[in-house]
Write a protein that binds this ligand. Structure first.
Ligand code: HEM
Length: 508
């Protein structure tokens, strides 16, 4: 191609320049979204938005500094995907509770395969309503009480393992120890399976759960989806989660289902049995989500095979890392705050002595609840959750267009000095009966809020509280020379110690 009659540019170069120009126009157009809504936020880097910042500083630091600089309602771009970050309690309340019908769904940005759309955490509209109401009874207080003996067995193994590991006086890696306990609880309460992953950290359940949780968030699939959100439908076949790990869990779940269907016993009380009971023989080949199908029609249709599998997998993934992280950080906080540990041990001694923690006594321990709450404030296992605006709307004077991905950055809320004086200080007294009423509603959200909050909250708290009581009755958590203080944290969505959590367990 000739330019001005004398400069000759090769055709490939002209095409390249045109493509680059078109891509620039695309990204500039996408990244002008918040300007037109007059929502403040950082100037995005073309194509990447603020992803480079997140990669460098981590999600926690990035979210915190954005709130400090731009206020409680910030517009950011994940690549070219606009996301609204909200830390204004009144807005959060409106979105999660008061105007819930306008924000029922989670956005399908960076979504996984079609298969996982049938999991309750990703499902939408009437389909979500049907799944949530079918699965919710598994987490009722009656069901939790029935699950207590199963959890007690796992706790006995935890204590026994703690003793073995601490015998040589060396430090113990707590995330691994509690990971095994959490996995055992999930397998027995979710699948009716006895798995001793605590004695065997190489147990395939633990290995595959860890693999499945480590979604490749810097892989080409994610980068392309962030830069070209309009073309996501062409990327859906490429799974986010490790394929072999997902296949492992699908096969394990299928064999439990097969066993149960051929069994005549009706003694099973776990999640998988509840789902099997909600499965109807007719129409099992229908895809999970059916456009336009009403709640009543879903109920009539029953759970499909895919829905049973997807929700079994979700149950495992949602429960494993979150609950084991909570336990890991509680043990760390008790080791570096010996006065708090002493006070907790006194409460346990006074209320329970050496008797076993069970459903009816752990929820009565007030100081235990204060310690767990303060740990969840400083180390919320999940750092963000989100909703999608289903209509064009306005909340507290902010225009929110249909389709916008609205995020609640939990850490920013939990570290806001206006709501939490001296926010970096570990102080369970913030949650004492006298102080609790001063906590501003919607500023403490480790489990989210509203009709779409964490479905497993009660189970997570039960198994975590039982484990803390059991451990404090039998050991003193102590720091060791290899304890990292403060722990270096993972930069992603989940709060975990990057270099493990090494503590000494002094047997009592
Ligand atoms: C300490 C442990 C846990 C923490 C901190 C946690 C935190 C959260 C958060 C922040 C959300 C988003 C809530 C919202 O959008 O309002 C959530 C949702 C969810 N969690 Fe948990 N979770 C934990 C344990 C569990 C367990 C044990 C299970 C399952 C047994 C579970 C299953 C789910 C599911 C299915 C959802 C999606 C609910 C829906 O979309 O309807 N979680 N969790």
């Amino acid at each position: 191609m000739e330019v001005l009659g004398f400069v000759c540019i090769p055709n490939w170069l002209s095409i390249l320049v045109i493509v680059v120009l078109l891509l620039m126009m695309y990204t500039l157009y996408k990244q002008s979204y918040f300007r037109s809504l007059s929502i403040p936020g950082p100037t995005p880097i073309p194509f990447f938005g603020i992803t480079i910042d997140i990669g460098r500083k981590g999600l926690h630091e990035t979210d915190l500094s954005l709130m400090q600089k731009y206020g409680r309602c910030v517009g950011i771009y994940l690549g070219n995907i606009p996301q609204l970050l909200i830390t204004e309690p009144e807005m959060i309340k409106q979105i999660l509770v008061k105007r819930f019908p306008d924000f029922t769904d989670r956005p399908h940005t960076l979504e996984d395969s079609k298969f996982m759309d049938s999991a309750v955490n990703l499902a939408s509209g009437e389909h979500w309503k049907f799944l949530r109401s079918t699965l919710s009874p598994t987490f009722s207080s009656g069901k939790m009480r029935n699950m207590t003996p199963l959890i007690s067995q796992c706790l006995e193994r935890l204590i026994c393992n703690g003793r073995k590991m601490s015998e040589n006086g060396k430090s113990v890696e707590m995330k691994g120890l509690f990971g095994g306990y959490t996995m055992d609880v999930i397998c027995s309460t979710g699948f009716g399976m006895e798995v001793d992953s605590q004695s065997n950290p190489n147990d395939p359940f633990v290995v595959n759960a860890t693999k499945a949780m480590t979604a490749n968030l810097v892989g080409p699939r994610i980068l392309l989806a962030m830069i070209f959100p309009d073309f996501q439908m062409f990327m859906r076949g490429i799974p986010l989660m490790d394929k072999s790990a997902v296949e492992f869990f699908i096969e394990a779940t299928k064999s439990v289902i097969q066993e149960r269907r051929s069994s005549t016993s009706n003694n099973y009380r776990d999640l998988i049995q509840l789902m099997i009971n909600a499965h109807k023989e007719q129409d099992t080949k229908t895809e999970g989500h059916v456009e336009g199908l009403s709640f009543d029609s879903y109920k009539k249709r029953g759970l499909t095979d895919n829905e049973v599998l997807a929700n079994a997998l979700m149950f495992l993934l949602a429960a494993f890392d979150t609950t084991s992280s909570l336990l890991t950080f509680v043990s760390y906080c008790l080791a570096v705050n010996q006065d708090v540990q002493d006070k907790l041990r006194s409460e346990i001694d006074k209320e329970l002595g050496k008797s076993q923690p069970v459903y009816d006594n752990v929820f009565k321990l007030q100081y235990l609840d204060m310690v767990v709450s303060e740990t969840l404030r400083i180390y919320p296992p999940a750092r963000r959750f989100n909703r999608e605006a289903l209509v064009d709307t306005e909340i507290c004077g902010v225009k929110i267009p249909k389709g916008l991905d609205v995020n609640v950055p939990i850490c920013s809320l939990h570290f806001d000095p206006e709501f939490w004086p001296n926010p970096h200080k570990f102080d369970p007294e913030r949650f004492s009966p006298e102080n609790k009423d001063n906590i501003k509603p919607f500023t403490f959200l480790p489990f989210g809020a509203g009709p779409r909050n964490c479905i497993g909250m009660r189970l997570a708290l039960l198994q975590a509280k039982m484990a803390i009581v059991g451990m404090v009755q039998n050991f003193r958590f102590q720091t060791a020379p290899d304890t990292e203080i403060p722990p270096k944290l993972d930069k992603g969505v989940f709060t975990k110690p990057v270099n493990g959590m090494y503590l000494r367990l002094e047997a009592l």
